[in-house]
Design a protein around this ligand. Sequence first.
Ligand code: PLP
Length: 458
Amino acid sequence: MEQAGESLLSKIARGDGHGENSPYFEGWKAYEHDPFHPVKNPNGVIQMGLAENQLSCDLVQQWITSNPEASICTAEGVHEFKDIANFQDYHGLPLFRQGVAKLMGRTRGNRVRFDPDRIVMSGGATGAHEVTAFCLADPGEAFLVPTPYYPGFDRDLRWRTGVQLLPVICESTNNFKLTKKALESALEKAKQDNITVKGLLITNPSNPLGTIMDRETLKMVVKFINHHHIHLVSDEIYAATVFTHPGFTSIAEIIEEEDTKMECDRNLIHIVYSLSKDMGFPGFRVGIIYSYNDNVVNCARKMSSFGLVSTQTQHLIAAMLSDDEFVEHFLAESARRLAKRYGIFCRGLAKVGIKCLQSNAGLFLWMDLRPLLKKQTFEEEMALWRVIIHKVKINVSPGSSFHCCEPGWFRNKDVAVASKKPCSPRNLMLSFSSMRIDDFLMSPHSPIPQSPLVKATT
Ligand SMILES: Cc1ncc(COP(=O)(O)O)c(C=O)c1O
């Protein structure tokens, strides 16, 4: 039903391009209406749908306390207030760009150097993706995106630009690894549908899988995009969340390697980065477009006027990232803590019979709940999701919201970080094993009686 005055708005404003009705955002709403609190609302929804990284916030707080001059709102830093508050050049503060370029190099093992003059800032990776899409494609043109992929891409790349996203189907049979065959068949389908493909968007490390792309896959990708002369956008915003071997390989390293160097037109390569995940600063909205194409750098810089990072934030980040000792310690400690939590969480889920895709990065687990589906359909996946959110009261995100081609996969997030309270997988088990488990079992989607979920007692 039309809301009063709605028809007076533009088509974009009236449309549902934001995607807020998808279960991904719906789950957030369920949490917002009834948020869990250990004392005030113990039966509320536990938020496990948000990829936040708060594990190492204490280290940042310590650094801020020891470096009061880095902030322009302290007695020690206020003498810089006027200059910083007045600065409005969309190139950004030179020290900020240098700091980010250095961090990008460091999170890639210093095997590759990033040029501060190619750093363009934007409002988070969200803004960076939209600007990149505006620069590379016209309305109606498309990007290929391997599935499952981050649901926000549907909003970020498509909504205001009119660009389309076409899925590249990846399957559980090979752990959702991207193959040349899948890429070729997505491209072929686009041709049949008369859609011009302008690029391929990969996410490495992957959200929601938490896996990284190996060198061979990355080389195959570079060869593929060069062969078809389309762009490659590599979202690397989880680069520093890799917590165990094998390490992360950036697309920047691949295009430096001798055999791919020959085949690669660098004008086609663009990286999206942000401090939201690696540093845990999603509220600072620090997003980066790093393009090897001068025209894209120039155009993106002009477009960045619509989503600049405030100079106050730039100033603070510049100081923090120029402290080598801090950054090194932070990255090492953050990876160590992520590894620990991953282990605890995985083992907790294993105890109740839930298997996860083997991964070594990211802030989440890709759970295989296929054994809980009565039929392997997306309708059943949604029915199970409703039980989990409304009865078990945990917001996990169903695979269909990530365009996963197989029903029964769910993305789960470390509950301790998400719910902001000390909590172990035990709490998760309790959610399944307390009185609510009865509702769960009574539901038409209850696991078979022998399921470890039923036996969960910890
Ligand atoms: C793969 C991916 N890209 C981009 C974003 C958006 O990040 P930002 O908060 O920097 O806008 C997210 C956020 O979850 C993400 O997972």
